[in-house]
Design a protein around this ligand. Structure first.
Ligand SMILES: Nc1ncnc2c1ncn2[C@@H]1O[C@H](COP(=O)(O)OP(=O)(O)OP(=O)(O)O)[C@@H](O)[C@H]1O
Ligand SMILES: [Mg+2]
Length: 364
């Protein structure tokens, strides 16, 4: 090859090297640009992911807040329904107690006078009989017709039973009044046994035998030496009534099942109420029945609002959720249920004898 050919070839090569260099420079620039763009994209993506994560977290938080708000609303609704129900019941009971109280006071107050007048008349009659032992035939006949001797004998028993009846009505009126202290949301030092007793008087009708198949329910009181307890008496009575009514319902259900299966009542239906003081600090009330108990699934839902196993119209499922609120929230106490299927159920109520905010000397 000649020298000129080499030169041209060299020039061509130099040119192509230049072109290649330029291409390389451009592609390097492109690469840098692409890298930058992908960095920006990556950064944006990371930001988006972070924002998404944050918004997911805030959504979760929001939904938790909503859930809590819903639970609070449900609790409030339950409280409102029950407090309305109970205050209406309280007003009704107080009204009835008041209406009965007046007429029964007339009877009770006048019974002693009536007995004295009657005794006076009988004494006068005896005096007549002593001085005029042979009255005229018409009087003798009348004495036989009215069975005077029987009247004299029976009058004592008659007045005694009228007295007992009137005393019983007075006691019921007193219990109705104790029970209707529902407006007394304020705390006082009270005798818890009085609250339990008045609840039992009110429920007496459901404890009595109703037929030869249903022998009624025995109440066994095993009261300890409780001091006055600082509590809200109206609300506490509501607790006793809710738990005792449930026990009565359960015992009636057991009896019904026994009759359906043609079984004899195996053991007497009983509600055992026991009280004691624990560590000088707590008043403990146990209310136990020997009905059919409940399974673990029912037991775990007992205190849930609206949970009921009773027929529609019979139970609202509010009794025990209200009871729980009254004991645990209002009185800072404890409420437990122990139950064995087929054997019975026991509710254990524990409330502090004194509350943290308890002022001194606030006897009811
Ligand atoms: N002593 C008990 N023995 C057996 N089951 C019971 C007893 N006490 C409560 N239960 C069960 O717990 C459920 C919830 O009781 P809760 O008092 O809250 O509602 P309820 O009695 O059904 O209705 P209500 O609102 O009228 O009281 C009852 O339906 C029943 O299944
Ligand atoms: Mg109930």
């Amino acid at each position: 090859m000649e020298a000129t050919d080499y030169e041209t070839r060299l020039k061509e090569l130099e040119k192509s090297v230049r072109i290649l260099k330029k291409k390389l420079e451009r592609s390097e620039a492109d690469r840098l640009q692409l890298e930058k763009a992908s960095e920006i994209r990556e950064f944006t993506l990371k930001n988006v992911i972070q924002e998404l994560e944050e918004s997911q977290l805030s959504l979760e938080k929001r939904s938790q807040e909503l859930e809590t708000a819903l639970i609070n609303l449900k609790t409030l609704q339950v409280k409102l329904i029950e407090s309305e129900k109970m205050s209406a019941l309280g007003v009704l009971v107080a009204g009835i107690a008041h209406e009965i109280n007046n007429p029964v006071s007339f009877i009770y107050g006048n019974l002693d006078h009536a007995k004295n007048y009657f005794d006076d008349l009988i004494r006068l009659l005896n005096l007549y009989q002593q001085h005029y032992p042979e009255p005229i035939a018409a009087i003798q006949k009348e004495i036989k017709v009215i069975e005077l001797e029987f009247i004299k004998e029976d009058s004592e028993k008659l007045f005694q039973s009228m007295n007992m009846g009137a005393e019983r009505i007075c006691q019921i009126v007193k219990s109705l009044r104790t029970f209707s202290r529902l407006d007394e949301a304020e705390f006082k030092q009270v005798n818890i046994h009085d609250g339990i007793d008045s609840t039992l008087v009110i429920l007496n009708n459901r404890l009595k035998p109703t037929s030869k198949n249903y022998k009624g329910i025995q109440i066994i009181r095993d009261y300890g030496n409780l001091p006055l307890v600082y509590c809200s008496p109206g609300q506490l009575n509501q607790v006793f009534i809710n738990i005792i009514v449930n026990a009565i319902d359960a015992l009636e259900e057991k009896n019904k099942q026994q009759i359906d299966n043609n079984n004899q009542e195996s053991e007497p239906s009983q509600i055992h109420i026991q009280t004691e003081v624990i560590n000088n600090e707590w008043a403990l009330v146990r209310i136990a029945d020997n009905a059919l108990g409940m399974n673990e699934k029912v037991r775990s839902q007992l205190f849930d609002p609206f949970f009921t196993t009773k027929d529609i119209g019979k139970g609202t499922g509010l009794g025990l959720s209200i009871t729980y609120q009254i004991i645990v929230e209002l009185h800072s106490g404890k409420l437990e249920c122990v139950s064995t299927l087929g054997t019975g159920t026991e509710f254990v109520i524990q409330i502090p004898i004194l509350q943290k905010f308890c002022p001194k000397n606030t006897n009811a």
